[in-house]
Design a protein around this ligand. Structure first.
Ligand code: FAD
Length: 499
């Protein structure tokens, strides 16, 4: 009987998506049973941004067996406890979305309900003082979690990385090649499809080399060389909800002290990021071209750099949304070819990671079973929509009225799924998490509260705790949080011991 196994995987593109896919597949599938090739073109290059991440990247690195110290050194990485949002709700105000929890859940309900009870009684301390990671970020402190200290906030310290995207791709390329992946340099100029199924059969390079495959992973960036240019899959455009479609980026000198967080500052027609690395600082203004010209964006970015520039400004254009099918026939699109959600919450690399995990779960044989493909596509879309709604909240929940951009986002229609979430929170502060979502109740609370959405009431069970006992517990959590903070080293000090 003829084998139904996929034997030849061709990864088109060697950006972060291509090399993450190659590294994971070579580790999980083993290069003896399957032939994995990555085609990339130096003349085309990569998008070259993508430097801030979410904590789940640790699982990816662990899966590959990557040593954290060597990863930190080789990618010029710093640690990240979360994002500071400046001027989003109103100018002059800021808040943190940290990766760590607020206080401690009690009586079977989330901590924020107890805090809201105190707040409504006028006795609450600032919410940030109950979140160790926010306190540490503000103080420039960092240490990894101490899981053995059960019950202590030190056991729940959750971190991500800020790194040089080009060095990360190079790091993963090295890893993949050692694992048996073949890299092919060249520009694809032609694609052939099977007459009966429309499946991709081969790609041809400029020099005439023809590369055949069973399964193609399209990591070719925004254009979607196979998924869109060849298969014409179509795109769900979400720019009505997320109107930013442009970015100008520029590198600047290293900061004297490295903050363990990314900063996102709201501006007249979008927002500006600052990502501190060991070697330099990444900066970019993400904006809507409906409301700001490219020239004005460059001028605004230059004006608001914290350190002296060390590169020229670079312009990027994008469209927020998702391919109608991220897996079509024998092509799975991963990375920018599959869709794009602006980098406000640093989610794109995470979406690459979850796409790879989902592909492994649903890894096909040559039958390319359509129900498996449909399931993959449904799950991918659900994940994108959940992140999309979270991003929209940052724009919609604002009181800013100082520019046409903010007037637009404040007044725009939003998806029904987000409308429902806001309505529930406004009533009684309840935050529901669906299965396996990236952003949990703590993240949603951070943004609701930070963006000035204040609920009428809180969970009724919060009232069941006797007042004195509640105050005692809240005071204790506060004291323990401050004590933990006092023993944490500075981020710079911690890094200097690692590198
Ligand atoms: P690319 O980097 O564009 O790579 C495409 C590859 O395909 C290249 O190797 C290219 O040579 C190859 N290729 C294309 N056409 C051909 C051809 N014809 N023949 C041969 N090879 C070809 N993500 C985060 O997680 N955090 C962030 O902070 C973040 N910030 C971002 C900021 C901006 C402004 C943008 C636009 C994106 C950001 N992202 C971020 C997203 C992140 O940059 C991408 O998810 C990541 O870089 C993956 O890109 P990619 O590999 O899909 O595509």
């Amino acid at each position: 009987m003829q084998s139904m196994d996929v034997k030849n995987v061709v990864i088109v593109g060697g950006g972060t998506a291509g090399w993450m896919s190659a590294a994971a597949m070579s580790k999980l599938l083993g290069s003896k049973k399957i032939n994995i090739r990555v085609i990339e073109s130096e003349s085309i290059g990569t998008v070259g941004v993508g430097e801030a991440t979410v904590p789940h990247i640790q699982y990816f690195n662990r899966l590959l067996g990557i040593d954290e110290n060597s990863f930190i050194k080789k990618t010029n990485a710093t640690f990240k406890y979360g994002i500071e949002f400046v001027d989003w709700h109103k100018r002059g105000e800021s808040y943190f979305h940290s990766f760590g929890p607020y206080g401690m859940d009690m009586e079977g309900i989330h901590f924020h309900h107890m805090w809201l009870r105190q707040q409504q009684a006028g006795t609450a301390k600032p919410i940030d003082e109950f979140n160790l990671q926010i306190q540490a970020a503000k103080a420039g402190k960092y240490m990894p979690a101490r899981p053995e200290l059960q019950g202590s906030p030190l056991s729940a310290l959750s971190y991500a990385f800020q790194f040089d995207a080009a060095l990360y791709a190079a790091f993963l390329r090295d890893y993949s090649e050692k694992n048996g992946v073949t890299r092919i340099e060249g520009k694809i100029v032609n694609v052939t499809q099977a007459a009966n199924t429309g499946h991709i059969e081969s790609v041809t390079l400029e020099d005439g080399e023809c590369i055949k495959g069973d399964l193609f992973i399209d990591c070719s960036g925004f254009k979607g060389l196979l998924i869109e240019e060849t298969l014409k899959t179509g795109y769900d455009d979400w720019s009505l909800y997320l109107p930013c479609d442009s970015a100008v980026t520029r590198l600047s000198e290293r900061m004297a002290e490295l903050p363990p967080y990314t900063r996102a500052t709201a501006k007249a027609a979008g927002w500006q990021w600052r990502i501190p690395l060991q070697s330099r600082t990444g900066n970019g203004y993400v904006y809507s071209s409906q409301f700001l010209s490219d020239e004005d964006a460059i001028e605004s970015l230059n004006k608001d750099l914290d350190t002296a520039p060390i590169s020229d400004p670079r312009q990027l254009k994008f469209k927020t949304g998702i391919r109608k099918q991220t897996w079509n026939k024998n092509v799975v699109s991963i990375g920018l070819s599959s869709g794009f959600l602006e980098p406000l919450e640093s989610t794109s690399i995470h979406l690459i990671q979850t796409a790879i995990a989902r592909l492994m779960t649903n890894f096909p044989d040559m039958s390319f079973n359509q129900p498996d493909i449909d399931y993959y596509n449904e799950r991918t879309k659900a994940e994108y929509m959940q992140i999309r709604d979270f991003l929209i909240l940052h724009y919609k929940a604002t009181t800013r009225d100082d520019s046409p951009f903010w007037d637009y986002v404040r007044e725009m229609d939003i998806p029904v799924s987000l409308e429902k979430r806001i309505a529930i929170y406004k009533e009684n502060a309840r935050l529901y998490s669906e299965d396996k979502v990236l952003f949990n109740h703590s993240s949603w609370f951070a943004v609701f509260n930070g963006q000035g959405i204040h609920p009428q009431r809180y969970h009724p069970i919060a009232n069941f705790l006797e007042e004195k006992e509640m105050e005692r517990r809240m005071a204790e959590i506060h004291t323990v949080t401050q004590k933990c903070l006092s023993i944490m080293p500075s981020h710079d000090e911690f890094l200097s011991k690692m590198i």
